[in-house]
Design a protein around this ligand. Structure first.
Ligand SMILES: [Zn+2]
Length: 284
């Protein structure tokens, strides 16, 4: 009898304790793809149970979230390659309610790369046209998700330069880094869209793209864009919707480039991330 009374009070206690955890559909939930990443990588953030569009903060800024099915909200949030390594927190707010998750950003330990530019290309600076148009295209925030599943490689060629290495040009300070992956390939090699998207920029040397060379930028939706530089030819135009695997141009040597290659970059909210991470099934 005593035993039964104990069980009854235990189950009553458990049911009381369970109330906050099972408060129904409305419980606010914040889920992260991982609790640590390296500079230049990103977190996938999911919110559930928000009454309205939730507000997400990380590294002292607000990040737009995008609606998914069944009341979920998603964001891919970058840990910038030059951000200070250490502990940070994601904070999700929905009205009065909030959820917080601690994460760690680890230092990338790639060595500095020293690059010498000779002749006419050493003195080239990006024109206002290319700076303005590239910046605008990289900050596209299309709510709709335009790609499906993992990316594929955009070009058949060996990787000649990896993402994220800090760079010094002609002996200057290493305040920049390689914002993409380079594939060495002969001029004319086809460049294929690694994922479906909208062409938000198709810029040529003649229009002022003297540093980037002939350039294409694809918008994949939800703050994710990808760039293709130094092309010998562009085979799409702004406003086109391209499918994964469709040709968008050809490998070349235009702009600041020491040999024919494709520079492939990926950006989240205008911040450069390692594009090779998008090849993983779990990334998207
Ligand atoms: Zn490059």
């Amino acid at each position: 009898m005593k035993h039964l009374a104990f069980l009854t009070s235990l189950s009553l206690l458990l049911s009381l304790l369970a109330i906050p955890a099972f408060a129904g559909e409305g419980a606010l939930k914040l889920t992260l793809s991982q609790t640590e990443c390296t500079q230049g990588e990103f977190f996938i953030v999911e919110a559930k149970g928000a009454q309205d569009e939730p507000t997400l903060f990380f590294m002292e800024r607000k990040w737009q979230m995008f609606p998914e099915k069944e009341g979920r909200w998603i964001a891919m949030v970058p840990a910038e390659n030059l951000s200070t390594p250490g502990g940070y927190a994601f904070l999700l707010q929905d009205g009065e309610r909030e959820q917080r998750r601690e994460v760690r950003v680890k230092a990338s330990s790639l060595p500095v790369q020293y690059i010498t530019l000779r002749g006419s290309k050493a003195g080239l600076h990006a024109t206002e046209t290319e700076k303005t148009r590239v910046r605008a295209a990289l900050h596209s925030l299309t709510t709709e998700k335009l790609n499906r599943g993992p990316f594929t490689l955009p070009c058949n060629g060996a990787v000649t330069s990896i993402f994220g290495r800090k760079r010094s040009y002609n002996g200057g300070p290493a305040t920049s880094y390689h914002k993409g992956v380079d594939f060495g390939a002969p001029s004319g090699t086809p460049i294929l869209a690694p994922a479906s998207g909208a062409v938000v920029l198709a810029g040529t040397v003649e229009e002022g793209f003297v540093v980037h060379g002939n350039t294409v930028i694809l918008d994949h939706g939800r703050g994710l864009t990808s760039v293709y530089l130094h092309m010998s030819a562009i085979t799409v135009k702004e406003g086109d919707l391209v499918q994964q695997g469709e040709e968008i141009g050809r490998v070349g040597h235009t702009g600041i480039s020491t040999a024919p290659h494709l520079h492939w970059g990926a950006y989240l909210y205008g911040i450069s991330v390692n594009p090779l991470l998008l090849l993983k099934e779990s990334a998207l």
